[in-house]
Design a protein around this ligand. Structure first.
Ligand code: ZN
Length: 296
């Protein structure tokens, strides 16, 4: 709801901006095209498609076909396919959605209904609430779901999906390619910064550190992690991200116990020095969300 309202505001602002531009500038033709997607090779058969103002899409080329992890925003399907075609001629057979958000599920609808869509069961429930998956478009919802762990394929093509509890939403998968020793963490680890905690989709700032801790202790044999929106990082960065979120939770608890208002807690917020390179843009959003959870 909040996102829809924000989008509405942005569109209004955008319209005003465009009108102003048209009034003052000579006609320049159509709007500039969106920036092109880029594809980064991670392994011989694993690639990451970045860009589009959306989540990182992993491309895993198996014997049977291509497995995509996340499909960016609506309308980006052809551009995703153009990137896939730059590395393989095989058909897309499977889509894994790490979680419900439109910048990770938006172009599911571009792919044939025969493509198997896989997600954690709570994510399917969350997707069913989205207008983008109602009516005719329900055919692009996950076909296969799981609760805690699911293995797809076997041998060198094996993929393990894990769910460890609430965090960014209540249905975040970590997708592991065990032969390649690489994982895709989706928005459970979006970048080195405060996460979005989507409480409307079951996200939890209180559970977040514990969820990451479980992931770090249960998943073994991984060297690199594809973040939801940013770089591919060493696997150890996920453990550090868990520590970052625990420090954030602890600092929020201390502020609440000291009787601070949300405003004072935000203004006086202190994180350990080791996290000084982490983005803190979510501070103002996350403190009240965690306050509300702790008060329950
Ligand atoms: Zn997300």
């Amino acid at each position: 709801m909040k996102r829809a309202v924000l989008l509405g505001v942005l569109m209004v602002v955008g319209t005003i901006g465009m009108a102003a531009k048209q009034a003052t500038a000579p006609a320049q033709g159509t709007a500039p095209p969106p920036p092109p997607l880029t594809t980064e090779k991670i392994r011989d058969n694993l690639f990451v498609i970045k860009g589009g103002g959306a989540g990182n899409t992993a491309v895993f080329v198996t014997a049977q076909g291509v497995v995509l992890v996340d499909t960016k925003l609506p309308g980006w399907g052809q551009r995703i396919m153009d990137q896939v075609r730059s590395v393989t001629d095989k058909p897309v057979t499977t889509i894994i959605n790490t979680h419900t958000h439109a910048d990770h599920t938006g172009s599911n609808e571009f792919f044939p209904a025969s493509v198997e869509v896989v997600a954690q069961e709570n994510t399917k429930t969350n997707m069913e609430k989205m207008d983008a998956f109602k009516g005719e478009k329900a055919q692009f919802l996950p076909d296969k779901t799981y609760k805690d762990k699911l293995t797809l394929n076997s041998g060198i093509d094996r993929i393990d999906l894990y769910y460890f509890g609430a965090g960014h939403t209540n249905g975040d998968s970590i997708v592991v390619f065990p032969t390649l020793r690489v994982a895709h963490a989706g928005d459970l680890f979006p970048r080195k910064a405060t996460p979005l905690i989507d409480v409307n989709n079951g996200g939890s700032g209180v559970a977040y550190p514990e969820t990451l801790k479980k992931a770090v202790s249960d998943i073994t044999g991984v060297d690199e992690v594809i973040t939801g929106h940013d770089l591919v990082l060493p696997w150890s960065a996920l453990a550090e991200y868990g520590e970052f979120n625990l420090a954030f939770l602890d600092a929020t608890k201390v502020a609440l116990e000291a009787g601070k208002s949300v405003e004072d807690a935000v203004a006086q917020f202190q994180m350990p020095d080791k996290f000084k390179d982490y983005g803190m843009n979510g501070l103002k959003d996350n403190v009240p969300k965690i306050y509300a959870e702790l008060k329950k």
